[in-house]
Design a protein. Structure first.
Length: 346
């Protein structure tokens, strides 16, 4: 609370670039959707970048660490009136940041708003946004709660198509509990699409207990290999890396404490592939039609699917595409030219 509420007043106060992450180019569709979001929601949202998966029409989405609700109101427009977005956040008031990242400058920095709980800021603008979007009934809701204990907020098993998170899991002491809860609330074939900070090695106790490094999203970073083992333990498919960018530390004292450890900001996608879906490698053809990705779908760092082009995929990717919301966007055939040498989405 002290670090985010008192020490950090603007992005220039940051000592690393952990929470100023690069992202994919933003489409006109997303830019236009952002323009329709209330100025207070934007001004009070302290997230970094955008975490927006593809193929969202009519989906049910859960946002972990939703803050003032900017991403939820953005996704509300992308899923449409038949979709639904739930935001959950633990913040008690203005001094807590909503999405794992310190305050960033915005077009509304000159506007002053009274202090209030982030979740309440999000809730009070529901009617405004539904009217703005032309929806007859709300397709968003917000809860105060913890991402390690989604059941306490009443979130049921297998109730969401997608779970997203934006640079906030590093602040959770029990990462396994977060992934376990996300897996529980996801429907079979559902996806967890999230950005976070990862370390090149297990962190020393000195780093883990360092106040500034924790506030900078580094002291709670997961050793990247542990993400793979935790995902497997929970039941997810192997993590698919979407984007990654190195983190720099512009402070000599902090560099000395960190030593040889390196950090990266990365976006991964995990899938809840139903048992029995992995039948073998295959050949897939993207049919096009995903809004904003009509001609080409960059799925992760290994697979880019171009409309009408046949691509050999391993058993893992074949199962992901077959069991997820992407199934109707692809023609999937069993077997493949490279079946003896699977590529692997990880």
């Amino acid at each position: 609370q002290d670090y985010y509420g008192k020490e950090l007043q603007k992005s220039e106060d940051l000592k690393t670039n952990a929470c100023i992450t690069s992202a994919r180019p933003v489409s006109k569709l997303v830019r236009d959707a952002l323009e329709r979001i209330h100025e207070e929601v934007v001004a009070r949202y302290y997230g970094c970048g955008l975490v927006i998966p593809e193929c969202l029409a009519s989906c049910r989405i859960l946002d972990l660490g939703s803050g003032s609700g900017r991403d939820c109101y953005l996704l509300s427009q992308l899923v449409g009136e038949q979709g639904h977005v739930t935001g959950i956040d633990m913040t008690e008031g203005q001094v807590r940041h909503g999405s794992g990242a310190p305050p960033q400058p915005s077009s509304s920095t000159s506007t002053s708003f009274p202090s209030s709980c982030q979740v309440e800021v999000a809730k009070k603008h529901i009617a405004y946004h539904m009217d703005k979007f032309g929806y007859r009934k709300p397709n968003v809701e917000f809860f105060h709660g913890y991402m390690e204990k989604l059941g306490d907020a009443g979130l049921a098993d297998e109730s969401y198509d997608i779970v997203i998170s934006n640079c906030v899991i590093n602040l959770a002491p029990d990462k396994r509990a977060v992934l376990q809860e996300a897996f529980r609330v996801l429907k079979p074939g559902g996806e967890m699409y999230f950005s976070d900070v990862y370390a090149s090695q297990h962190l020393s106790e000195t780093i883990q207990k360092h106040r500034v490094l924790w506030g900078e999203c580094l002291a709670g970073a997961l050793y990247w290999r542990d993400l793979y083992s935790i995902a497997e333990e929970v039941g997810f498919s192997p993590p698919c890396l979407v984007t990654a960018s190195p983190i720099t530390i512009g402070d000599k004292e902090l560099e000395g404490i960190v030593g040889h450890c390196r950090f990266v900001s990365a976006t991964y996608r995990l899938f809840k592939v139903p048992a029995g879906s992995r039948t073998g490698p295959g050949q897939v053809t993207y049919n096009g039609g995903i809004v904003g990705h009509e001609r080409e779908l960059v799925f992760d760092t290994n697979f880019t699917f171009k409309e009408g082009e046949v691509v050999d995929v391993d058993a893992e990717m074949a199962a992901i595409l077959q069991s997820s919301r992407f199934a109707e966007k692809f023609l999937i055939r069993a077997g493949g030219a490279n079946a003896a040498a699977p590529q692997g989405c990880c």
